[in-house]
Design a protein around this ligand. Structure first.
Ligand code: SAH
Ligand code: SF4
Ligand code: F3S
Length: 484
């Protein structure tokens, strides 16, 4: 959707309906930027920092879209920026500590640029005690907003530009999904697409349902329209995003299953690859497995978090499947999609986890033989049921189990990943290699990276590559030919 901001009449009051209201404030921000340019002889500079998951990364593209449309230029060094925004994560305590550390640092460098505005948004801002702490000890922050009103960023930006005190706008929840807010993509050839927000699962350790609110799905027609527009703008791969994509569409007025949505997306001409995350094992349907088995575009990769291999712990985690059910599910998926790569998330040290429970986790890792495992030490999140459960595991035991699990998963995934050596694979060329400019980096359907010699003009194209050598979690390859 393109809107001519210059044609918006700013002499009238702001419209009440969305997204027109945000375009009105965007035009106002543009006026402000013009006067800044006149005063300083340069446009204002902005810097966006993102913590957390892919959904936050996609939200940040919306923040960047607003800033760019307002006339800000991106400044890679946050210390030199006039507007700095942190899109925060609070899934583990460590994430919160990192933010406070960064804020402290930035406040010191603000001495050189006293006009710098600092804004905070995202999941961490949904916590009452965080807001209290910010008001008390971080009063130099100009703007704070949460996860439910990010669509209002243009309006909030405008309000904070001339304000001299901290502006806070955090909502407890919302039933609103605002479409058509401009966004700035990081990659020209691939993009995340939010298909739903929030989570209703309330896993007992997890803070996400409290900070992201109730599950809401976007209408299929809005999702399809967004993907069609992305494809006509050069995108060949989409990543459908949601905390639990397998329960997509259940709350819509006319319910649509995730498998049905995928079938519709598959039909979009010019779209080559479809990825999605995250899948919750309890909602992964036979219909979805069938669609994946028959699809030409859905990538051969499934991220299926197990969290623990112990049925007893899974029950305390409120995950609603057993170790056996999970194993049966992975077997069924592998029968339907034999070359699929499986990855997972595991938490060690959940309250009450014994050595026997931990052995069950090691056992499932050995049985499933994952391509990759993201391992976490349990982090206590205030307000979640697990925070007050008995039998909190000591940091020493947690660390010991974490190290043992890591050694096991690394040994297995090195073996699993190397099975493709010698084969020819289709990769989507993503970038010039960070360490060696003669090499390109491409991503296989199963999500593994391949580095191979090639010309940067191949970026964004599907290319066939022969895998010469496996280096643990990536391959070295040699190029063949362009596929698209
Ligand atoms: N919705 C996704 C996960 C989102 S959070 C799902 O259900 O799979 C990403 C991962 O962070 C989780 O899978 C879990 O492994 C981890 N995680 C969440 N809360 C945590 C906590 N309190 N301590 C440690 N790890 C946690
Ligand atoms: Fe958290 Fe569970 Fe929801 Fe994932 S499904 S976001 S782990 S509550
Ligand atoms: Fe973090 Fe929020 Fe994502 S808590 S993991 S950024 S949903």
């Amino acid at each position: 959707m393109t809107i001519d901001l210059d044609r918006i009449d700013l002499s009238t009051a702001a419209p009440a309906e969305e997204p027109a209201r945000q375009f009105y404030f965007l035009a106002k921000c543009r006026e402000w930027v013009k006067s800044f340019e006149q005063k300083h002889g340069r446009p204002p500079r902005s810097h966006v920092t993102t913590f957390g998951c892919q959904m936050n990364a996609r939200d940040s593209e919306k923040l960047e879209g607003i800033l760019k449309n307002a006339g800000y230029v991106e400044e890679p060094d946050e210390k030199k920026a006039d507007f700095v925004i942190f899109n925060t994560c609070t899934v583990r305590e460590h994430a919160n500590q990192r933010l406070y550390g960064r804020l402290g640092q930035l406040n010191r460098s603000r001495k050189q640029n006293p006009e710098m505005k600092i804004a905070l948004c995202g999941c961490m801002m949904q916590e009452a005690e965080v807001l209290e702490k910010l008001k008390k000890s971080y009063s130099f922050v100009s703007l704070v907003f949460g996860t439910h009103n990010i669509y209002k960023f243009a309006e909030l930006l405008w309000a904070c530009l001339d304000a001299d005190r901290m502006l806070i706008d955090v909502w407890e929840d919302t039933d609103k999904i605002v479409e058509d807010i401009p966004s700035e993509r990081k990659f020209s050839f691939k993009s995340g697409v939010n298909i739903m927000t929030g989570c209703n699962n309330f896993c007992s350790y997890c803070i996400v349902p409290y900070v992201r609110g109730r599950e809401r799905s976007r209408e299929p027609k809005d999702i399809l329209r967004e993907i069609e527009a992305l494809v006509s703008d050069g995108v060949v791969e989409v990543m459908l995003l949601g905390q639990n994509v397998n329960s997509y569409g259940k709350t819509l007025e006319h319910p649509v299953s995730f498998a049905e949505l995928l079938t519709q997306i598959e039909q979009i001409d010019g779209l080559e690859r479809i990825r999605f995350m995250t899948s919750h094992p309890k909602d992964l349907s036979d219909e979805l497995i069938e669609v994946m088995g028959n699809s030409k575009k859905i990538c051969r990769h499934l991220h299926l978090p197990i969290q623990s291999g112990s049925t007893r712990i899974l029950e305390k985690m409120n995950r609603r499947y057993t170790k056996e059910q999970y194993l049966m599910l992975t077997e069924k998926i592998r029968r339907a999609v034999p070359d699929i790569s499986l990855t997972t998330d595991i938490i060690v040290g959940f309250p009450g986890e014994t050595e026997e429970d931990f052995q069950e986790t090691l056992d499932i890792v050995r049985r499933v033989r994952y391509d990759a495992v993201f391992t976490f030490q349990y982090s206590k999140r205030t307000g979640t049921p697990a925070a007050v459960m008995e039998g909190q595991v000591t940091p020493e035991v947690m660390k010991d189990r974490f190290d043992r699990l890591l050694a096991e998963v690394q040994a297995i995934s090195t073996e699993v990943c190397s099975v493709h050596t010698g084969s020819v694979q289709e990769v989507l060329v993503e970038s010039v290699n960070d360490h060696d400019p003669a090499l390109l980096t491409g991503r296989m359907s199963n999500n593994l990276l391949v580095h191979f010699p090639g010309d940067p003009s191949l970026i964004g194209k599907l290319f066939s590559v022969r895998l010469k050598e496996c280096r643990g979690f990536y391959y070295l390859g040699e190029g063949g030919h362009v596929l698209t």
